[in-house]
Write a protein of this length. Sequence first.
Length: 198
Amino acid sequence: MPLYKVISNGEKRVSTIPGTYAGSKHLRIFGRLDCPSGKRKLAPSNRIFFSDWKDAIDSGYRPCRICKPDEPRLDERLSDFHPALDRFHVAIFETSPRPYRAKPSVCFYVTLNWNQPCRGGKRRFWQLDLEEWFPYPVAIAKAIAWGKKLGLPVIDHFFRADNRVRYLPPSVSSEQRRERQNLVASREAKRVTYTPMG
């Protein structure tokens, strides 16, 4: 069974699991495990692995321009520190207890999320509620509909989904950008301060 040198939570460990990303020690570049350039060029002696995005960035590595790990893929599960979570995206969250008796014990709501810089190491998000109080499958469908309308990715923040990417727009039109700007201008957004764990 092969063993891998993996940086996890800032510490180098030996593991039978390679982690999420692989990096070049010499070039200080990291990418996906299936990166064609990394597979072709990286010798085992020059390879280091990272458990998540934060470990790679904190170690002084930059994202590969070939496999683009900073751009999410459909059904990918993103770490709390992935840059896609800072950009505009449609999000799914759960709420409990239920708002009123006719609704399920756990309901879900759909929001528009984005990030602005914040001091003190925290991540400050702006959140704009779009629709709320749905069963989970309905919330997913509603979020994807908003993603298509606004030309935005949909990221599922439900704790069991682990920031799963539910939808990625094939392209973004100027009309979709205007729709997004008008939506933000016409509704009141909440400021959410969030410090990821790990």
